[in-house]
Every structure is written in C-alpha cells, then in structure tokens.
Unconditional design. Structure first.
Length: 447
C-alpha cells in the first residue's frame, strides 16, 4: 500500500481564514488516520500578492490549532524543480516557448505555453462523483512566464507529483482548475491523486460568507478568546458529520471517525452561534488556572492589579465569570462595563437602588437587612458557603417576602441591578466583607 500523503497548500495572499482551516483540518485528519504524512506548502508563485506576514499568519494559526505538518515547502524556494520540469516538457514537445506580441509597453514577448491536446478530461471526485470538462476552450494555456517564474497551475502539479501527494483535498473553487492540472500531470507522467473538493461555506442567509457574519481570521478568533478545540470542532462539522447527532467531538475522535466519503455535496452553513456555543462548552472544561490566566489577561490594568492582590477572591469568581461568557473576549467587555469591580471593592450606589419594587420604605428595608445580619452572624466563618448561607436565610426570606429581603441584600453586596445571587456573592466575599457591606447599606437606608 502506498503511504497516504496529503497537503494544505495556501497562497499567502491573505490571512488564514476559517474556511481554509477546514481544508487544512480534513487533509490533516485524513493523513493522521492513515498514518500518512501531512505537508504544508506555501504557494507564493504570485510574487506581487504574496506577503511574508500572511505566511507567518497561516503558520501561526495552524500551529495554534495543533495541525502539525510533517514537511514544509515554499514554492519560491523551488524554482530549480519547476525549471527542470519545464525543460523536460519542452524537450517532449508538450510545452513550448511562445513568442508573444506585447500588447502593452513592458509586457513580455515570450511565455511558456502548454500544448493542449484539446480533449475531454474526466476525473472522479470523492464528494461529487465523475466530472468531465472539455479543455479545448482553454487553448494552449500559459504555464510559466519564463523558466524562473512558473504559474500556479504548473507549480501545483509539479509539487503534488514531486511530493508524492496521494490525496488532494481542497475547496470546490478549484474544481474548474482540475482538468488543466490533469493535462499537465499526464504530460509530466505523474500519477493522478484522489480528488476531494469541499463544498462552499455560506452565511446563514445563503449569501457569500464575510466578516459581517463573524467569519474572521483564525488569529482574530484567538484574540477574541475562542479556544482551538472549539474552532476545530466547529469547522469539522461544516461539511462532514460523524453520522450521528454528536455535536461535541475532539480531535482524537475526529481522527477515528472522519470519512472522506462522507463529505457532503451541498454547501455548508456558517453559524457563529454554534461556534459560540461550542466555545462555551470548551471554556468550562478548562483547568481553573488556565481559565484564570485568560480572564486576567482581559481585565483592565486596575482590575487586574486588584485581582492579583486578592487572589483568593479571584480564584472563586472564575467559575462565576465562565458561567456568563461564551468567549474570553466578553470578559473585557463586561469588565469595562464595571461588571466585576464589586468583587474587589465595596460598591457605591444610590440609596433608592436598595429598595425592592414592592418595598419602598427605607426603614423597612433596613429592618430586613438587620435580620439578615443576625442570621449571617450565626454562621461560622469556615462554613460560609452558598448552601449554608441560603439555608440560614431562606425561611426568613420566604416568610418576609423574598424580593424584599434578597434584593436589598444582593444590592448591598454588588451595587448592581444584575449579579450572581446573594448566597454566591456572600460566600465569595467572605463573612467579614459581606457583613460590612450590609451594614453600609443599612446606614445608607437610615441616613
Ligand atoms: N494555493 C491554492 C489556493 O490557495 C491551493 C489549491 C490547491 O489546494 O490545489 O487556492
């Protein structure tokens, strides 16, 4: 059996996009599940549009995702290889140097053209079945500007041949390129790889996918606080599924379950909400220490210093924060809106905010809090957990009216209309701070 060799062959004319990740992932999975080889090949034959920064971005993104390659090539390092094959084709008579009439000033007067046999090419595509094209209309197409400057179609075919690529897995925008590549392949005496063209990825409204739909560079997702596991899980299911309703799938499971023959024909749909949902799932699985680092990195400086000084409180709020976000990027947004400050400093708020809608009398609200204080005092410091606090207060709150007890209590602790419940808050803050904040609220009510 020949060893399976796949490749991901991006042109560094743009950043690593979420759609390209799918191409890379499927190629990677197929190689891994067959104990094969996965090649990363940078296709920079277009000298004007290719940029080093894009190459770096692509490599960086793949590395972050864990899509490791076994071999790396850059087409601009390989001119000798292309030249050798160009010369061989010319010697064979399947290509020729063509004198051109320059149409514009500075245009070249010579290019290398492929001698098109002008026939119908039929190839099999794993996802789509047999596809036929009449290549006559292509004429004798150009394959190199000169011996040092091969064009894309030629370089791809030479490389797939030289690198012994057995399976070409790529976007379906390349389908129409395949027949001419096959002609070149045959002229080179190269074997034909197995082709699988992946369906397009569309926006939910079936329009062309764009940034507006949340489709970004992979490195941007990283900055927004998405996890590689979520991105991989998400892209894996755009165009393939393991044949059941499984939505959560790890890279190891994908290696086991992935099937090239199960790639869907129809377009896949990009759904940012699904990506967020997956990310939320994976965020919750992170070890607390790692999640803590991600959160801290997104705190504004003042808050970060406070969190670092109060590491005990910070370690307790990690789960609370995780509960409310889908991406770590949201932490920055909430932090800037003042959402977490009350964990580290006593809140300041107007007196009326303490009043429950059905309990507008400050002295009565103060009475409720006085009673809460008494109940809290009875709990031992070390047992100051959400459960014991709730048990201590619940009966009284039920009897006196839950809103009129729990609202001012929660407000006294957080100073915000929305926050975790007062039992969780109290346990995070600890007995001393909880009591101090409630006393402050009572003073404010009676003042
Ligand atoms: N460089 C080509 C692209 O980025 C690769 C196509 C292929 O995989 O053959 O579209």
């Amino acid at each position: 059996m020949t060893k399976v060799i796949t490749r991901f062959a991006p042109s560094p004319t743009g950043v690593l996009h979420i759609g390209s990740v799918r191409t890379a992932l499927y190629s990677w999975l197929y190689a891994r599940q067959n104990n094969g080889k996965f090649i990363l090949r940078i296709e920079d034959t277009d000298k004007e549009r290719s940029k080093k920064e894009y190459e770096d971005n692509i490599i960086d993104g793949l590395e972050w995702l864990g899509l490791t390659h076994d071999e790396f090539y850059r087409q601009s390092d390989r001119s000798d290889v292309y030249k050798r094959h160009l010369l061989a084709l010319i010697a064979d008579g399947t290509a020729y140097v063509s004198k051109e009439e320059p149409k514009e000033l500075g245009e070249r007067s010579e290019v290398i053209r492929f001698k098109n046999p002008n026939r119908v090419v039929t190839f099999h595509d794993v996802a789509r079945g047999d596809i036929s094209f009449d290549t006559t209309e292509l004429g004798d197409f150009v394959i190199a500007k000169d011996f040092e400057s091969p064009l894309y179609h030629f370089a791809v075919v030479v490389d797939d041949f030289e690198m012994r690529v057995t399976h070409v897995i790529r976007g379906d925008d390349a389908i129409s390129n395949t027949p001419r590549q096959i002609l070149i392949q045959e002229a080179l005496g190269a074997p034909r790889p197995v082709y699988t063209h992946l369906p397009m990825i569309l926006a939910p409204d079936k329009s062309k996918l764009s940034k507006r739909h949340g489709a970004l560079a992979v490195t941007e997702y990283r900055e927004e606080g998405y996890l590689p596991e979520a991105i991989l899980n998400f892209v894996a299911l755009m165009g393939w599924n393991p044949g059941n309703d499984k939505e959560i799938i790890s890279l190891d499971e994908m290696i086991m379950l992935f099937k090239l023959e199960k790639i869907q024909k129809g377009a896949a749909v990009f759904n940012i909400d699904k990506l967020k949902w997956l990310n939320k799932h994976y965020i919750k699985l992170l070890p607390a220490e790692k999640a803590g680092k991600e959160i801290l990195a997104r705190f504004p400086e003042m808050l970060r210093i406070k969190a670092e000084d109060n590491s005990e409180i910070f370690s307790k709020i990690i789960v609370v924060i995780l509960d409310h976000i889908s991406t770590f990027g949201e932490v920055r947004f909430f932090a800037e809106a003042g959402e977490y400050r009350y964990f580290f400093e006593d809140p300041i708020y107007p007196r009326e905010a303490l009043l429950w809608k059905d309990e507008q009398e400050p002295t009565r609200a103060a009475e409720k809090l006085e009673k809460v204080l008494v109940l809290l005092e009875e709990i031992d410091d070390v047992f100051f957990t959400p459960e014991t606090i709730k048990t201590a207060i619940w009966d009284y709150a039920t009897e006196a009216g839950r809103g009129s007890v729990l609202w001012p209590m929660r407000y006294a602790l957080s100073g915000r209309d929305k926050s975790p419940d007062p039992f969780i808050l109290s346990s995070i803050l600890g007995k001393e701070a909880t009591i101090r904040r409630i006393e402050n609220a009572i003073k404010l009510l009676l003042g």
